[in-house]
Design a protein around this ligand. Structure first.
Ligand SMILES: [Zn+2]
Ligand SMILES: [Zn+2]
Length: 287
C-alpha cells in the first residue's frame, strides 16, 4: 500500500511563506492498494492537486471516496477536483453512517448556493455505496469507527490483501467530553486502540499541544502527547501527526516533530513518528 498526503492542514487553508514546507492545503490522502485501486480519504483543498495528478496519469478506474465528516476543511476540494468534470470518470462515495448517507445524498457543496454547478450537472458518474458495515474495495476491506468531534466524524481502517493497513482518525478528541453537552465520547481510547491495533500506519489528528489546553478542550481535536499514547497502546508501526493547526508555522511543526521523536525514544522505541507534510509518500510494507 502506498499513502500520499495531499493536504495536512486542519480548519482552513494556510497559504503563505511560513507554511511552505508542511503545506497549507486542508486534509486529503491518496491511498493506493496493492492491486492499484485508488481510495481517497477526505476531500479538503489538497484534493485539487490530487485531481491533476490522476488526470496526468490517465487513471480511468473508479475513485473511491471516504469523507470523515462534512466540515469545510474536509470537503472544500470537491468542486475543484478536475475528474468530476470528465464524463469518463467514475467516483464511488462510501458513506458508512446514517449521517454520512444523508450528507452524500444532499451534497451541500453542489446545491448551487455554495458553488455554481449543481450536483446533477456534474459530467462524471457518481455512485454511492450506502453500507453501514465493512466496505470491500479492490484488494482491501474498509471498516469504520465513530470519532469524538462536534457534529460527529467517522474514522476508517483499510486492511489490504498484502497485510498492510492504514488507520485514519481525524477529527477526533481523545480525552475530551462528548460531542454535545453531557454526552459520551464517540469511542473510548480503548476502543480506538483496539480498532487501530498493529496497524502499519496510524494517521491521527494532532492539532493541539499541551499549551493549547484547557482553552481548546471540547473543540474536537487531540493533543500530540495523547496521540502518541494511543499509538503506543495500539502497537502501531508508524504514527503520522496530521490535521495541523492553522496557526502552526513550519518551525512550530518542526518543534512538534522533535518533541514527538524524543517522546517515542523514551516511551515507545519501536514506534516511528512523523509529522505529516504535503507531498509526503509512505510505502507501507508488511513486517
Ligand atoms: Zn477538520
Ligand atoms: Zn471537523
Amino acid at each position: 500500500m502506498r499513502v500520499r498526503f495531499w493536504g495536512v492542514r486542519g480548519s482552513v487553508p494556510t497559504p503563505g511563506p511560513s507554511t511552505v514546507r508542511y503545506g497549507g492545503n486542508t486534509v486529503c490522502l491518496e491511498v493506493r492498494l496493492a492491486d492499484g485501486t485508488l481510495i481517497v480519504l477526505d476531500a479538503g483543498t489538497g484534493l485539487r492537486e490530487l485531481g491533476k495528478s490522476i488526470e496526468a496519469e490517465h487513471y480511468t478506474n473508479p475513485i473511491h471516496l471516504f469523507i470523515t465528516h462534512a466540515h469545510w476543511d474536509h470537503i472544500l476540494g470537491l468542486p475543484f477536483f478536475g475528474p468530476v468534470y470528465k464524463k469518463e470518470t467514475r467516483i464511488v462515495m462510501h458513506p458508512t453512517t446514517e449521517r454520512g448517507i444523508s450528507r452524500t445524498r444532499n451534497p451541500i457543496m453542489f446545491d448551487t448556493a455554495h458553488f455554481p454547478v449543481a450536483f446533477g450537472d456534474l459530467p462524471a458518474t457518481i455512485e454511492r455505496v450506502e453500507n453501514l458495515g465493512i466496505h470491500r474495495i479492490g484488494s482491501a476491506s474498509v471498516r469504520h469507527i465513530e470519532l469524538n468531534h462536534p457534529g460527529g466524524a467517522t474514522g476508517y481502517r483499510i486492511d489490504d490483501a498484502d497485510g498492510t493497513s492504514i488507520v485514519y482518525l481525524t477529527d477526533n478528541e481523545l480525552s475530551g467530553p462528548g460531542p454535545t453537552p453531557g454526552s459520551m465520547p464517540g469511542s473510548t481510547i480503548e476502543e480506538l486502540a483496539t480498532f487501530s491495533e498493529r496497524a502499519t500506519l496510524l494517521v491521527h489528528d494532532a492539532q493541539y499541544t499541551n499549551a493549547d489546553m484547557p482553552a481548546k478542550r471540547g473543540w474536537g481535536h487531540s493533543v500530540v502527547d495523547e496521540v502518541l499514547e494511543l499509538a503506543k497502546l495500539a502497537s502501531v508501526e508508524t504514527i503520522a501527526l496530521h490535521h495541523h493547526d492553522p496557526d502552526r508555522d513550519d518551525d512550530a511543526l518542526d518543534a512538534i516533530g522533535e518533541s514527538a521523536a524524543a517522546w517515542v525514544k523514551t516511551n515507545a522505541p519501536s514506534l516511528a513518528s512523523v509529522v505529516a507534510a504535503e507531498g509526503l509518500v509512505l510505502d507501507l510494507k508488511q513486517h
